[in-house]
Unconditional design. Structure first.
Length: 73
């Protein structure tokens, strides 16, 4: 038996944006200044990277948090 292809809820938009290392923070700032982006998940390679992204967003006035293995959920 073949498992059906996973589907997303129609209200959820999924996007992958590949960005050069030096342009990632500028892109995050641009994306989060758009009112269309009210809730987002940003994936990072490492736990440390997740903490850095969350701190960067918080410093810019965006409510953010990092979720990874060293955090209670």
């Amino acid at each position: 038996q073949v498992t059906p292809q996973a589907t997303t809820v129609e209200r959820i938009k999924q996007s992958v944006i590949w960005v050069e290392q030096g342009k990632k923070r500028a892109l995050l700032t641009e994306l989060f200044s758009d009112p269309a982006y009210t809730r987002c998940l940003v994936f990072t390679k490492t736990k440390h990277g997740a903490d850095k992204v969350a701190a960067y967003l918080e410093a810019g006035g965006v409510e953010a948090g990092a979720i990874h293995g060293n955090k209670s959920q």
